[in-house]
Design a protein around this ligand. Sequence first.
Ligand code: 5GP
Ligand code: ZN
Length: 112
Amino acid sequence: MLDENCVFCKIIRGEIPSAKVYEDDVMYVFKDIEPKAKVHLLAVPKDHYKLLSEADGQRLKTLAYMLEKIPAVAKANGCDNGYRLIVNQGDDAGQTVFHLHIHILGGEALPL
Ligand code: 5GP
Ligand code: ZN
């Protein structure tokens, strides 16, 4: 289910351009527009929901699938020496786009 007004749903639909690095039936991975590391990708489920805390049932299965796929996607995009996954949950974490997404950061040694 996609949301009419969501920026990531628009990216998934191709209404907003993005630098896509991977796509399949359930997930879409693209470059962050304001990279916080040499490599900064965003992995999003095609199913629109706002928060990690809303993941249950099929959403958790999709998240597990994404976590299985991410290592190969990360490696193919310059993160062969490690990477960091981040999910910002809500306002205090600085979440700005309310479509669940996993940040993939790497391509260099990251500060702690
Ligand atoms: P959040 O703070 O919600 O965890 O992360 C949202 C991320 O989405 C930010 O790193 C921001 O740079 C990225 N972002 C926001 N709008 C766009 C966009 O239109 N295109 C791309 N590629 N990234 C975006
Ligand atoms: Zn969305």
